[in-house]
Design a protein around this ligand. Structure first.
Ligand code: FBP
Length: 553
């Protein structure tokens, strides 16, 4: 493998660990809290997770001597779903923990996501392999995938692999959907007499796998800093030439955490927040009106330039489009997949008449053809619309142009509007992890090892108190079932880990809300610059604004 100078130097970075994990492994003991409950639909979830429901929260403390931790273990690890900076360090932390516990322990990497478990495609992770990936971005050490383990055959194949490899545990590094899968797998293994444990690790740049016990998912920090660097550069570019409006769509699937964090880091003129759009029932026209209001106001001041941030999932939160997507999802999934056999776009549109409501069909037909086609693309294996492939930024620019020409005719606008569109998503998912993500991920992996060695299953590895220095972080595990509720999926109610959307009463949104009026009119851009890996702690070890606002008193 070719290695850049930065990569070579980053190999030598020693991730910081919480105090409880940094000493001898034998001294780590698990302390349990009270039994837990699911967020809602408790009886139904208890019925599904007969063996794993209601477990207590686990925290690690240094006390006595834990003989269990020296067991020789066989563990398999899966990288599941979209890439997120730090995944390699989760594996490195897990590996180092296992080897420290017992040098004879073995770590298998399942290749290309959950399908590696189904098909028993593995690689034994050696010290040499791990050393080549320490503190690097990407998931290329073993590859990732989005296969969902859902059919009885798939569960049976997973069990077969676990038996063949004689696995003590499987670690699933994934987001809400993948960890829902991890919970189901943990339950399945127990109810089929297997002692293979299942532990999850909270991954996703989207930042939506969080709750009282999981302060943030890994990758969010690095991805937001990477996008904010790029947005900051655009801010400075547009403030120099003063001739473009940049419309930037940001990844994040459903939740707008990334857009909000980038807004807090860069102070753009406009940042749309999907959760607010839904709460205020804002139509697409209303959103366009709001953008135009800022453009008109700035033009009056002679500023025909600006920055608009758009969360990737926006379309799913605009009431009329949300309804359209729901109807499309149900219709496309029904009739035994008849829809997928139609390839011509016009035939596809015709097929929908009589199947969609008149309103939804009307909207679909009025969308620009290339955007309408994007709404009809295949859903991902979890049934989600692939919002990263819908060019909302282009849709909005087109609508803004139309609206501005009407305003011009009415003599209500006299500026120049020249727009450029961008989509920042894949650019940030494999960046070199920030020091925060490098440390956090390594700690999550190490903590997963302690959970396994302590015999726990159906837990998500957790590291808390993240705004404090790393030695004060608190490591442990959270039962997966306590994050669950029932949600409608593919036409029926399924247990799933609840996605954390932007809290409109939370400090990050409130901070944004109290400043955005000024940002919309006056050029207030901030240019955060690139992630710093070496230098003073205040620039190298800082967390996201979101995390510090949410957790600092
Ligand atoms: P995860 O939820 O699996 O972490 O994926 C997040 C994400 O990056 C979303 O932000 C984005 O919508 C999606 O993945 C894109 O998926 P893909 O990589 O399959 O194109």
């Amino acid at each position: 493998m070719n290695v850049s100078t930065l990569q070579k130097v980053r190999y030598g970075y020693k991730p910081k660990l919480p105090l409880t994990l940094s000493g001898s492994t034998e001294g780590i003991t698990v302390e349990f809290g009270s039994p837990t409950e699911a967020i809602s639909d408790r009886e139904e979830i208890k019925e599904i997770f007969k063996n794993t429901y209601g477990k207590p929260i686990a925290s690690f403390i240094i006390k006595g001597k834990n003989d269990k931790i020296r067991r020789e273990l066989k563990v398999g690890v899966i990288l599941s779903g979209g890439q997120a900076p730090g995944g390699h360090n989760v594996i490195a932390g897990l590996f180092d923990g296992l080897k420290k516990g017992n040098p004879g322990s073995v770590l298998y990497g399942f290749k290309r996501g959950p399908s590696g478990l189904l098909d028993n495609k593995t690689v034994i992770l050696t010290e040499e392999i791990i050393d080549n990936y320490r503190n690097t971005g990407g998931f290329d050490i073993i590859g990732s995938g989005r296969t969902k383990i859902e059919t009885p055959d798939q569960f049976a194949s997973s069990l077969e692999t676990a038996k063949k490899l004689n696995l003590d545990a499987v670690v699933v590094i994934g987001g809400d959907d993948s960890n829902t899968n991890a919970a189901l797998l943990a339950e399945y293994f127990i109810s089929n007499g297997s002692s293979t444990q299942v532990i999850g690790c909270p991954k996703t740049i989207d930042g939506d796998l969080k709750n009282e016990h999981i302060e943030t998912s890994f990758g969010f920090d690095t991805a937001c800093k990477t996008y904010s660097e790029l947005i900051g550069n655009l801010c400075r570019d547009t403030n120099s030439a003063k001739k473009y409006w940049h419309f930037v769509k940001l990844m994040g699937r459903a939740a707008s955490h990334i857009a909000l964090e980038c807004a807090l880091q860069t102070q753009p003129n406009i940042c749309l927040i999907s959760e607010e759009v839904e709460a205020k029932n804002l139509s697409l026209d209303k959103i366009v009106e709001q953008i135009c209001a800022s453009i008109v106001k700035r033009a009056e001041n002679g500023d025909n330039f600006g920055i608009v941030l758009i969360p990737e999932g926006l379309v799913e939160f605009i009431p009329e489009i949300k309804k359209l997507i729901e109807e499309l999802n149900d219709t496309m999934a029904g009739e035994d997949g008849a829809f997928s056999s139609i390839t011509n776009f016009n035939d596809r549109l015709n097929w929908f008449s009589g199947r969609l409501s008149d309103i939804s069909l009307g909207i679909l037909k009025t969308l620009p053809a290339e955007i309408a086609q994007q709404f009809l693309m295949d859903r991902d294996p979890h049934g989600n619309v692939q919002v990263s492939r819908i060019e909302t930024e282009k849709l909005l620019v087109g609508m803004v142009e139309k609206k501005l020409s009407i305003l011009k005719e009415r003599k209500q606008y006299n500026g120049k509007f020249s727009a450029l569109t961008h989509f920042f998503g894949y650019e940030g998912r494999c960046a070199f992890p920030s020091n925060f993500d490098a440390d956090y991920c390594y700690s999550l992996g190490y903590s997963a090892f302690v959970l396994i060695a302590s015999g726990l299953t159906g837990y998500l590895s957790s590291v808390k108190n993240l705004t404090a220095p790393a030695d004060k972080w608190i490591a442990g595990g959270v039962p997966l079932t306590m994050m669950m509720n029932l949600e409608q999926r593919h036409g029926s109610k399924k247990p799933v880990i609840r996605k954390a959307l932007v809290d409109l009463n939370g400090k990050p949104f409130k901070t944004f809300e109290s400043n955005r009026g000024q940002w919309a009119e006056k050029t207030s851009f901030l240019v955060p610059g690139p992630i710093q890996y070496f230098g003073p702690s205040e620039v190298c070890d800082n967390t996201t604004v979101t995390l510090s606002l949410e957790h600092c008193s």
